[in-house]
Design a protein around this ligand. Structure first.
Ligand code: UT7
Length: 325
């Protein structure tokens, strides 16, 4: 039988800023309440980076944890992709900063920008590089400091987001069977017609400033469940699978209500849904790898499990990936 290359997950890691900000803490900053935030979003707390904690430092720490779990050293890595909308600098990429901090001098590293869908885009991209033979072992990192983009006087956004980073180590291996472990399918989508529903009102080429996140939350919410379930059905269909085949659903963690409604529409049992939004808030591109690392380390996700990932966010961008762990 012809052997094909497959990208297998070898390790996961994560890193969260030390400072925890509760809903009660936010009650003292803006006109909000713990009850409103919990009811509308499921969020109880989020981690917020201190000045010296950056996207690069969080991403580096997550990468080191993932390498340790994989039993690898930085020398084993020849590709780094960092999904982030909050890089330390406009350039060079946060990925090359992390490459340098890990002491890696071979291979290549770059950032990807697809906001909350960033990790799904980065994982898909890394999988393509590995299966093409251009790289052997990749670090796929989602790292964000969204607190730096917040308008801390805007209660409609500042209560929703948090900071953090998660990472996966992927390795290309020869697979003889079509259902071997590894990334099985990816589906990506975008539609720029929705760009004004969730955006940052600044940038190097326009205002010359970083800007603040602006969102028509209700409008994003309205589209989220339909877009998510659509791309998940496409992904399952490509594998001739149904929702019953999914062992773990690890969605982007934006809002508990979106997660629950998506799982319900897909017919996925609530016990199979990994939820971290209560503790992390929405950490954009970091939310999926943070949730994955949580569920791997607490023993839920195990080898050979079918793991369904999905995300939807600014752009709009959305997508899904199915992995046999
Ligand atoms: O990760 C990227 C994708 N992003 C998302 O998926 C976010 C999607 N959207 C959402 O999660 C929800 O739309 C929100 C959580 C942002 C908002 O929930 P909602 O149920 O859609 O509330 P709403 O925007 O319709 O606002 C309801 C009310 C409004 O007051 P009025 O107009 O009814 O008097 C808001 O002004 O809640 C008010 N409100 C707040 N009240 C207390 C808005 N923010 C707050 C707040 N505290 N923080």
């Amino acid at each position: 039988m012809t052997k094909t290359l497959r990208s297998i997950v070898r390790g996961t890691g994560s890193s969260l800023p030390a400072q925890v900000v509760t809903n009660q803490d936010l009650e003292r900053r803006v006109d909000t309440s713990d009850e409103w935030i919990q009811q509308r979003t499921g969020i109880r707390q989020r981690h917020i980076a201190a000045k010296e904690e950056t996207t690069v430092s969080l991403g580096e720490a997550a990468a080191r944890n993932a390498l340790a779990q994989a039993g690898m050293t930085p020398d084993d890595i020849d590709l780094i992709i960092v999904a982030t909308a909050t890089p330390d600098n406009t350039f060079p990429a946060s990925a090359v900063h992390i490459q340098q901090r890990l002491g890696i001098t071979r291979g290549f590293a770059f950032d990807m920008q697809a906001v909350c869908s960033g990790f799904v885009y980065a994982l898909t991209t890394a999988d393509l590089y590995l299966r093409s033979g251009m790289a052997r072992r990749a670090l796929v990192i989602g790292a964000e400091t969204f607190s730096r983009l917040m308008d801390w006087t805007d209660r409609t956004t500042c209560v929703l987001f948090g900071d953090g980073a998660g990472a996966l180590v992927l390795e290309a291996v020869e697979a003889a069977e079509p259902d071997s472990r590894g990334v099985l399918v990816s589906k990506l989508r975008s539609d720029g017609a929705h760009s004004e529903k969730l955006y940052v009102d600044g940038g190097p080429s326009t205002t010359g400033t970083v800007g603040h996140l602006r969102m028509e939350g209700r409008e994003v919410f309205k589209h989220a469940v339909g877009m998510i379930t659509d791309v998940v059905y496409d992904s399952l269909g490509a594998l001739s699978m149904t929702a019953d085949d999914v062992d773990w659903f690890v969605p982007h963690q934006a809002n508990r209500r979106i997660i629950d409604a998506s799982a319900k529409k897909l017919g996925i049992d609530p016990d199979k849904v990994v939820v971290t939004v209560d503790r992390h808030g929405n950490t954009s591109a970091a939310s999926i790898p943070l949730a994955l690392d949580t569920a791997v380390r607490d023993g839920r996700i195990k080898a050979d499990d079918i793991v369904l990932l999905e995300a939807m966010g600014g752009g709009f961008t959305w997508g899904a990936v199915i992995v046999r762990w």
